[in-house]
Design a protein around this ligand. Structure first.
Ligand SMILES: [Cu+2]
Length: 118
């Protein structure tokens, strides 16, 4: 009589394993910030200067410069505003709506970039 209660438990463990595999593959496909669009901040410029992404994208900026920069929306009111980013700091913005989002570095206003959301 011990084999019967074992079977459902084993099936449950198998189901958990399958669910775990499904979760793992979903996480791999949909992890934002890893496969998402990225902008590099380096040498007093944003690269690419203009990035075009589909609506719903999360854009991540990474400061590769050895001095702080910001990612500051040029819109009024500001759509986003990062704190000063030190070297290797990251800043992400999710763009839900299509539009043209211009931004600059508030510490060096000649540093400018654009996110085109389609
Ligand atoms: Cu700057």
């Amino acid at each position: 009589m011990q084999a019967k209660p074992m079977r459902p438990r084993r099936r449950f463990v198998a189901a958990l394993a399958v669910a775990g595999l499904l979760l793992a593959s979903e996480a791999k496909a949909g992890t934002p910030g890893v496969a998402g669009p990225t902008v590099t901040v380096d040498n007093f410029s944003f690269s690419p200067e203009t990035i075009t992404v589909p609506a719903g994208s999360t854009v991540t900026w990474t400061n590769r410069d050895d001095i702080p920069h910001t990612v500051t929306s040029a819109d009024d009111p500001k759509a986003f505003k990062s704190p000063p980013l030190d070297t290797d700091d990251k800043f992400s913005v999710a763009f839900a709506k299509p539009g043209i989002y211009r931004y600059f570095c508030s510490l060096h206003p000649h540093m400018q970039g654009t996110v085109m959301v389609q």
